[in-house]
Design a protein around this ligand. Sequence first.
Ligand SMILES: [Fe+2]
Ligand SMILES: [Fe+2]
Length: 192
Amino acid sequence: MSLVDKVEENKANIISLLQETGREGIDGLVGWLEQSDYFTAPASSRPDFHGCHEGGLAEHSLNVYQLFRGKVAMYGLEVGDDEMAIAALLHDLCKVNTYKPNVLKSGKVSEAKPYVVKDEMPLGHGEKSVMMAGKHIELTPNEALLMRWHMAQFDGAWEVYEHKVAKSCPAVYAFQFSDHEASKYVDAKVVR
Ligand SMILES: [Fe+2]
Ligand SMILES: [Fe+2]
């Protein structure tokens, strides 16, 4: 399948998963996603990181969704179908409209680092995703907690909040592992 076809297929899947939630405001959110670079953006700026290619962010989000669904079923976690879709597909909204091509003086895009990040709203990783989704839909406590804390130990505040978060949202570890597994094993080949 060509890259263009893959991007279109992922886009169609994501839109239908979001629409199936029936959440109030979801059409507005989908409309905003379509106008943004969500479906074409990469998931990272370097090829030795995950999803550093056109459509990498959407592909990663779908991979997290699939992995998380499996873990929710395996461990009998209490997370609704709508919550799984919304948390997984929107957890990295903070990356939308932030990756720009890293054009060198020669006029060519750098192979070592094809993108640079220009974040106009550096609110924090999960925090920004929660804020951006919250402009369109009302998030459930599960969704907000999963999205906010998906970076686990890579977020300095996790150590302080872990106990409380795990009590309020026992699925948080399954979500963090899904994000990590997707980025390390599923999204792209491990170069290093
Ligand atoms: Fe993330
Ligand atoms: Fe992620």
